[in-house]
Ligand binder design. Structure first.
Ligand SMILES: *Cc1c(COP(=O)(O)O)cnc(C)c1O
Length: 414
């Protein structure tokens, strides 16, 4: 665990409201590297967003939906059995798995759909990997009366069939992507191409804190409700702030959501958890911050897993939602200034945590979220019972049960 250098932190701007700068940079990361025909459209989205973010009607509408549609605030829960068995720090869980549609993604999809309405768009489009962002966006589209096109790799369509059906039931169109590895990266490429053809009537609703400015800022702001709630709930329950927070990092939205409320509390240790998959060899993991190098991807600068030619490398993890060769620019900045520690959890450790939380707490976590649980389980025995770890449980595991049983059932007596 690296020690915080408080002085250098204070020299850097940690206040969320002054990050990013007006060009969308978090230090050297982020920005907007896009085809010229998108520049004015991105500017328009940014201007509209900066306006509605202060608009009492928009704030009231989003707040209403968060409470009465999504079911916020999501609880913070003390995982007593798991904590007592591990004989160490007390583990608390922020239950984003209890949101409508089963994960944190609905938080930014509602925001993006309301923004699309405000901009007079007819359609929201997006890519999806495991189908989680697609389902959340199709839900927000149904709610707000927008059309919805979801680009999805053919491989993922076969793998994640229930989510494909959900999107169709919700009225969205699922468009198969048939080139390359036919997975998430190609789905982003395809959605981007479709967006370029008609950026006027469509809004590209990016699924994480990635992509060109203003998306990393906007998605973070919509997800920051997780951190604001958790801070208040944790203080109310324990009288203190958590000593440690863990959250899984794919693109980085659920983790930015919870971290954003604690960035200036330097006594709260923040841990982003990346998947080291089946091995540390390039192609076997998706640990972008831990093992990647700065580069360019999908219109912004960030750490990238790249091959020897500087092309995005193939990535692999059992958590489809973490399967991306890039990562949000604010995370890259927070890594460089050492405000957040980025750790790795492999496939097997994630599965152990999946069953531990299921069997000791009665909560079936998403495999993505299981990575954050696994790091907490690793840390807890080394800490005293006076110390606390807050885990952001980004989603529920219903989507993963067939995969888990088929691949790991025998080992766990199923
Ligand atoms: C999509 C997803 C993630 C990864 O996305 P982030 O932007 O890193 O939060 C994590 N957990 C769940 C349950 C997801 O659906």
């Amino acid at each position: 665990m690296e020690r915080l250098n408080v002085k250098s932190l204070e020299e850097n701007l940690l206040k969320p409201e002054v990050m990013p700068d007006s060009n969308g940079f978090f230090g050297e990361y982020g920005g907007s590297f896009i085809p010229p025909q998108l520049e004015s459209i991105m500017k328009e989205i940014e201007t509209a967003y900066l306006e509605i973010r202060e608009d009492p009607n928009f704030i009231r509408e989003l707040d209403y939906l968060n409470r009465h549609y999504t079911g916020r605030p999501s609880p913070v829960y003390y995982a007593r059995s798991l904590s007592e068995r591990l004989k160490g720090a007390k583990i608390y869980i922020k239950r984003e798995d209890l949101n409508h549609t089963g994960a944190h993604k609905i938080n930014h999809c509602l925001g993006e759909a309301l923004l699309a309405k405000k901009l007079g768009k007819k359609k929201i489009i997006a890519e999806t990997g495991a189908g989680q962002h697609g389902v959340a966006l199709a839900t927000a589209a149904a709610l707000t009366g927008l059309e919805c096109d979801i680009y999805m790799g053919e491989v993922d369509i076969a793998k994640e069939y229930p989510n494909v059906v959900r999107m169709k039931i919700l009225g969205a169109k699922v468009i198969p992507v048939t080139f390359g590895l036919k997975s998430l990266k190609e789905a982003v490429d395809a959605a981007f191409e479709a967006y370029l053809k008609d950026p006027v009537t469509q809004l590209y609703a990016i699924g994480s804190v990635v992509g060109p400015h203003p998306f990393p800022m906007m998605v973070r702001d919509f997800q920051s409700i997780i951190g604001r709630e958790a801070r208040e709930q944790f203080l109310e329950q324990t009288g203190k702030l958590p000593d440690n927070i863990t959250a899984c990092v794919g693109g980085g939205s659920n983790s930015m959501g919870i971290f954003s409320a604690f960035l200036q509390d330097l006594n709260v240790n923040l841990f982003g958890v990346e998947p080291s998959g089946s091995s540390l060899n390039l192609g076997d993991h998706a640990a972008t911050l831990s093992l990647g190098t700065p580069g360019m991807l999908h219109g912004f600068k960030c750490y990238v897993l790249q091959d020897e030619n500087g092309e995005p490398a193939p990535v692999a993890t059992i958590a489809s939602g973490l399967d991306y060769p890039g990562v949000g620019p604010q995370h890259c900045y927070l890594k460089d200034i050492k405000r957040v520690n980025y750790e790795m959890i492999n496939d097997n450790e994630a599965i152990e945590a999946f069953f531990a939380l299921s069997r000791e707490e009665g909560i079936i976590p998403a495999i993505e979220s299981s990575h954050a649980v696994a790091l907490a389980m690793k840390m807890a025995p080394e800490l005293s019972p006076e110390e606390t770890i807050l885990v952001n449980l980004s989603g529920r595991g219903d989507k993963d049960i067939d995969f888990v049983v088929a691949n790991y059932g025998a080992k766990f007596g199923i």
